[in-house]
Design a protein around this ligand. Structure first.
Ligand code: NDP
Ligand code: PYC
Length: 338
């Protein structure tokens, strides 16, 4: 039997970073982008792991992302801080503003980060985990492309619009959830297509609005929101807060601007950070200890917390390395040789 292809997280990080620097991306940005991609692979979130390299290289080759963009922080000392990604990837912009956002949230209890003019392809749990490390609760959201029909409709209008929440814990991984407001992320459907596997029922309708399990027909039709009208409303909120409210594109405008889904969307993003200690100060109670009672009680019922699977995958990958398929390894070699 063939030996499995195992790489340490650091080795994979170096390889992915090299792919991006060779493609002309500024070193600091290449590092930030590689870090989120390798973290996706490490945490077994395949839809936002190394599979995303191809899309990033495509948008670089098309000249639709600014490879040497240096994010510009605008902090006027108010509760809303802005970082202009200047047409670069969102991840370096977030990391440019992270310390300022955390400091403002600690000072005032609540601060928001507006990320402007970025290309967004990644999972959002990086943002909320980073802020939980800083002792903060947070919400992160962004539009994407209009792939998703609103509940009761059948035309794509909403994005897959992810929403993530993080809550700090003492001596444990933070409480984190991060999901697309569509039933599944678009990346999941694409991975099913590549594997020649049908998608589960309820994920999408075809071009004629009929339910489908064919990934091709789903990608060509409309994806569906999770939880019917509830997911549809949350997705709409994400459009309003991280699109309309910021004066940045909503998902439909993002798609019209790029003219197709082959290239990554360009839009804004919103991250809201809250300091539980400031909110609870007058109560005399420790918000983290109070929250812990709930999280422990959930676990006591045998229910798993969101991100538990991911953290377990992380522990395994850090111990044993990341296993890549032959196809994935060959693709990595090919990207490196470009
Ligand atoms: P999943 O449905 O895979 O997971 C959603 C969340 O639910 C995770 O936090 C997951 O934790 C948790 N979860 C899953 N099953 C259970 C369970 N049985 N009990 C408790 N918790 C559970 O995510 P999606 O497919 O919706 O999204 C995947 C990624 O795609 C996200 O990271 C999102 O940010 C990203 N995305 C990015 C977009 C963008 O525009 N940048 C657009 C859309 C999606 P765990 O991970 O531990 O399983
Ligand atoms: O998987 O839906 C998705 C997605 C869109 C943009 C980045 N990821």
């Amino acid at each position: 039997m063939a030996e499995p292809n195992i790489l340490s997280c650091d080795a994979l990080l170096t390889r992915v970073e090299t792919i991006f620097t060779r493609a002309g991306v500024r070193r600091e940005s290449a590092e930030a982008v590689a870090r989120v991609i390798v973290a996706g692979e490490r945490d077994n979130c395949k839809s936002h792991g190394i599979y995303r390299i191809e899309g990033c290289l495509r948008v670089l080759a098309a000249g639709k992302v600014v490879p040497d963009a240096v994010p510009e922080l605008h902090d006027a000392g108010k509760s809303v801080i802005e970082v202009d990604a200047k047409g670069g990837f969102s991840n370096p912009a977030f990391y440019t503003a992270r310390a300022a956002l955390a400091a403002r949230a600690r000072e005032t209890g609540l601060a928001a980060l507006v990320i402007r003019d970025c290309l967004h392809f990644s999972a959002l749990w990086h943002d909320v985990e980073a802020l939980a490390e800083d002792g903060l609760a947070s919400l992160s959201m962004c539009p994407s492309y209009s792939f998703v029909a609103p509940a009761g409709g059948k035309e794509p209008l909403l994005g897959t619009n992810p929403l993530a929440f993080g809550w700090p814990r003492k001596g444990a991984h933070p409480y984190v959830f991060d999901f697309a407001t569509s039933v599944a992320a678009r990346g999941e459907i694409e991975l099913h297509r590549r594997a020649g596997k049908p998608i589960p029922e309820g994920w999408a309708v075809d071009r004629d609005g009929k339910p489908t399990t064919d990934p091709e027909a789903a990608l060509d039709g409309a994806m569906l929101t999770f939880g019917g009208h509830k997911g549809s409303a949350i997705s709409t909120m994400v459009e309003l807060l991280s699109g309309a409210m910021l004066g940045e594109f909503m998902s439909k405008e993002a798609l019209d601007f790029m003219g197709g889904t082959d290239l990554l969307p360009r839009h804004g993003a919103l991250v809201i950070a809250l300091d539980p200690q400031v909110f609870a100060a007058r109560s005399g109670r420790d918000p983290i200890a109070e929250g812990e009672k709930l999280l422990t009680a959930i676990g006591a019922q045998g229910a798993r917390l969101p991100s538990e699977r991911r953290f377990a995958a992380r522990d395994r990958a850090l111990r044993d390395g990341i296993t890549l398929s032959d196809t994935e390894l060959a693709q990595l070699d090919r990207f490196e040789a470009m």
